[in-house]
Every structure is written in structure tokens, then in C-alpha cells.
Design a protein around this ligand. Structure first.
Ligand SMILES: C[S@@+](CC[C@H](N)C(=O)[O-])C[C@H]1O[C@@H](n2cnc3c(N)ncnc32)[C@H](O)[C@@H]1O
Length: 231
């Protein structure tokens, strides 16, 4: 299997461990903060796109009132299988599909969340904008899209430190943990972190995609950011 899907199939077995190490264990807290932002929007239909092994879907499930339905979507079957195995409750439904063509009717969801995956939807700025339009389509008017992703720290010194960290540490660390199969995957991930947008630029793309309002909060000096956009 080649391409992006092949990369995620390769890294699936050790994905969570590598994530934890690469983000110095901070990814869990960032996900929970994003999940709380999403849960505050309420409603009964919540969707986690590019769910991977389901960390975010489970964080949402823990916050969800009983009648809420949480759906996890990913295009990589091994990721969804791991997510299903981790979901003791069995009440997160999973869907195998592409983020760019969601198999749901218009306005089907109150909340849509993406955690640490928007970079993968960014083959170009136009492609990312088109995918955000697709997210907007499945949200009801007033529905909320929450995105947590690495970002570009605004202060030059922090940005330089962050880039050096990514350049120097991400690759060797990934090689160590994932072996040669995962190496190509994490080389790709490191490159995608470098070329992603500042929080301001991402907000602009969200507005261009048709969201009515968008706000963001930076995490760790801007190494990551949570964006909240309203349809
Ligand atoms: C970096 S992981 C993030 C997983 C999870 N959201 C988290 O917070 O750990 C990215 C996930 O996005 C999925 N993915 C990448 N591109 C996708 C696409 N176009 N459609 C659906 N899933 C995609 C991958 O299979 C992978 O599971």
C-alpha cells in the first residue's frame, strides 16, 4: 500500500506511543482542551474526522451527555480497528471514509473535530479549503468545527527552537520507536509540520471556506493551536 494511507498503516501499531514522545506527553492535554471546547457546543451528533486510534473520539465520549452519538471517521482500516479495540464501551460508531468526501447528508452534525490531522489534508491550500467546505456542509447552521493542530509560534525565537526540535529530534526519535517502516512516515510528518500555517493563516482559510466566525488559542507559545469555527 502506498501514499499517505500506506504511511498511516505502517505507523498505526505504535502511533500513540510515538505521539506521546514527540509532543513530550502534551498531546493528551491539548486533545482534552480541544474536546472540552467542542463539547461546550452541545448537540447530539458529534463527529471526529481523521480519528486515528480514537484518542479524541474517546475524549469526546467521556464528555458527552448520554444521548449523544459520537462517530469516528478515518480512511485507514488498521487505525479504526485499533480504535474499536480501545473503545471498551462500544458506543463510538466508526466509519471508513475520506475526509474530503464525508458519507453524511448536509447539516447532519452539531460538532465536528479534527485533532493533529489537518496537516494531512493540506496537499495544497486550495485542497484544504475544499475539505473545510466539506466539513461545513455536514455541520448544521450554528454547528461548531474544532481543530487542534501544530502551528507556527509567532515569536521568532520560539519558532526557531520549535523548528530545530522538529528537525533534530522528530526523525531520529521516530526511527528509534517505529523502525524503518515508520521512518518514511515520520519524515513526512516532520516536513508537514514545517510547512503548515500560522494560526492567523489557518483562521483566514477557515473563513474563506465559508465559516461565519473563527477564533483560536495558541498552546505552548504557538507550537500548536486550537481553532473554533462556527457554521
Ligand atoms: C496524525 S493521525 C491523528 C489521529 C487522531 N486524530 C489523534 O489525535 O491522534 C492522522 C489520521 O488521519 C487519517 N487520515 C489522513 N488523511 C485522511 C483522509 N484524507 N481521510 C480520512 N482520514 C485520513 C490517518 O489515517 C490517521 O489515522
Amino acid at each position: 500500500m502506498g501514499g499517505l494511507k500506506g504511511i498511516f498503516t505502517d505507523v498505526a501499531p505504535r502511533y500513540e506511543l510515538v505521539n506521546r514522545i514527540l509532543t513530550l506527553g502534551l498531546d493528551g492535554g491539548w486533545r482534552r482542551t480541544a474536546a472540552r471546547t467542542a463539547a461546550a457546543a452541545g448537540g447530539r451528533m458529534w463527529l471526529d474526522v481523521c480519528s486515528g486510534t480514537g484518542d479524541m473520539a474517546r475524549a469526546l465520549r467521556r464528555l458527552a451527555p448520554p444521548e449523544t452519538r459520537v462517530t469516528a471517521l478515518d480512511f485507514c482500516r488498521p487505525m479504526l480497528s485499533r480504535a474499536a479495540a480501545r473503545d471498551g464501551s462500544g458506543d463510538i460508531s466508526s466509519t471508513l471514509a475520506e475526509a474530503q468526501a464525508l458519507p453524511f447528508p448536509d447539516a447532519a452534525f452539531d460538532v465536528l473535530v479534527v485533532s493533529f490531522a489537518t496537516r494531512n489534508l493540506n496537499s495544497s491550500r486550495a485542497a484544504l479549503e475544499a475539505t473545510f467546505r466539506e466539513f461545513r456542509r455536514v455541520l448544521r447552521p450554528g454547528g461548531v468545527f474544532v481543530n487542534v493542530e501544530t502551528s507556527q509560534p509567532p515569536r521568532r525565537i520560539i519558532r526557531a527552537g520549535f523548528r530545530a526540535y522538529v528537525r533534530l529530534l522528530v526523525r531520529p526519535l521516530s526511527r528509534l520507536v517505529s523502525g524503518s517502516a515508520g521512518e518514511a512516515g515520520y519524515a513526512y510528518l516532520a516536513a508537514s509540520i514545517r510547512r503548515f500555517y500560522s494560526a492567523e493563516e489557518l483562521a483566514e482559510i477557515l473563513l474563506k471556506a465559508g465559516f461565519a466566525e473563527t477564533s483560536f488559542r495558541r498552546l505552548l507559545g504557538g507550537a500548536a493551536a486550537i481553532h473554533r469555527s462556527v457554521r
